[in-house]
Design a binder for this molecule. Structure first.
Ligand code: NAD
Length: 308
């Protein structure tokens, strides 16, 4: 499986490339970046580690060389400033993003290729990609709340001294201010997480708020998120490459699940070789379902402002 990372010279793209290199599941990783020196340097640095990590082809390239990719990951974009919301970034990133989509299209792409959007605001840009690419909407996915969900699970496990991989707790909706925690189905080792001592309603409120502000916390301390987002990008790519049918909170165009339409956001989604293969409407608490609908409304309001 060949993966091209557009913006791969940057922090998020290069960290994702390293996570995919460590896992050794995809066979080819192409780094494509506006800054060609940076792309060459990152590809070379990764290639130097190949002997210790995995037998893969790793190189820098252009759109022509990218056209036979199975997955295009888009991490190109301008970074969020510490006091900037993801939506403030919107109009700064939309122009740049539209050009990238048009470059992918004009270079040509395989009919079964998947376009995987990471750049922010991710739900809005996923919607733009789904609208402009001649691909079934299941083949256009966004990272959505994958990173928020990973942060949520890892922070809870750290606080309550539990195993992060056994803590299962989803965040759905927008990758942004209107995201929502799903406590109704949260488990640890298959049992209700909310019954673990220390996981009371005060803690639940506090840990969700901390998770929501985690992106800004990392930006203010080290300039931008990298490793965790790289890990969640790799997790999604591996679900596609291995046709895992994992239920993941990726973003994709909604077509009726929870009554949502014409908006990209995260609902429980089966991810496999076809991309976002199926949305599954699992039972939520009424207040969770209301919050999901409110998140969709907030995103639709933002979409109506694109370009204005
Ligand atoms: N969805 C998420 O959960 C999530 C998490 C973290 C960051 N992000 C987003 O990822 C994006 C990248 O963040 P970063 O920290 O890697 O930024 P960065 O500045 O380190 O990297 C961006 C890269 O994009 C390249 N680039 C710019 N315009 C380009 C173009 N037209 N074509 C090809 N490459 C181009 C730049 O040269 C740079 O190397 C941002 O939009 C950020 O908000 C998303």
């Amino acid at each position: 499986m060949k993966v091209t990372i557009i913006g791969g010279g940057g922090r998020v793209g290069s960290n994702a490339a390293f996570c995919m290199q460590c896992a050794g599941i995809v066979s080819e990783i192409q780094i494509l970046d506006h800054n060609t020196d940076l792309a060459d340097g990152e590809a070379l640095d990764l290639l130097h580690g190949a002997a210790s990590l995995a037998d893969q082809r790793i190189y820098s390239g252009d759109y022509d060389r990218a056209k036979d990719s199975d997955i295009f990951i888009i991490t190109a974009g301008l970074r969020r400033k510490p006091d900037e919301t993801r939506l403030d970034l919107m109009n700064r990133n939309v122009g740049l993003f539209s050009q990238i989509i048009s470059d992918i299209k004009s270079a040509g792409m395989k009919r079964e290729a998947i376009v995987f959007v990471v750049s922010n605001p991710v739900d809005i840009l996923t919607h733009l990609a789904a609208s402009f690419l001649d691909l079934p909407s299941s083949q256009v996915i966004g990272l959505g709340t994958m990173l928020d969900t990973a942060r949520f699970r890892s922070l809870i496990a750290n606080d309550l001294d539990l195993a992060p991989t056994q803590v299962r707790a989803l965040i759905l909706g927008e990758h942004g201010d209107s995201m929502l925690p799903v406590w109704s189905s949260a488990t640890v080792g298959g049992l209700p997480l909310t019954e673990v001592p220390g996981c009371d309603s005060n803690y639940q409120r506090q840990i969700f708020e901390r998770t929501k502000k985690s992106g800004a916390e990392v930006i203010s301390r080290k300039g931008g998120a990298g490793w965790a987002v790289g890990a969640t990008i790799a997790e999604t790519v591996h679900a596609i490459a291995l046709d895992r049918k994992q239920l993941l909170p990726v973003s994709s165009l909604q077509n009726g699940c929870y009554g949502l339409k014409d908006v990209c956001l995260s609902v429980p989604t089966v991810v496999g070789r076809g991309g976002a293969e199926k949305h599954i409407q699992l039972k939520l608490w009424p207040k969770e379902e209301q919050a999901l609908k409110a998140s969709a409304k907030a995103l639709q309001a933002m979409l109506s402002k694109v370009g204005s």
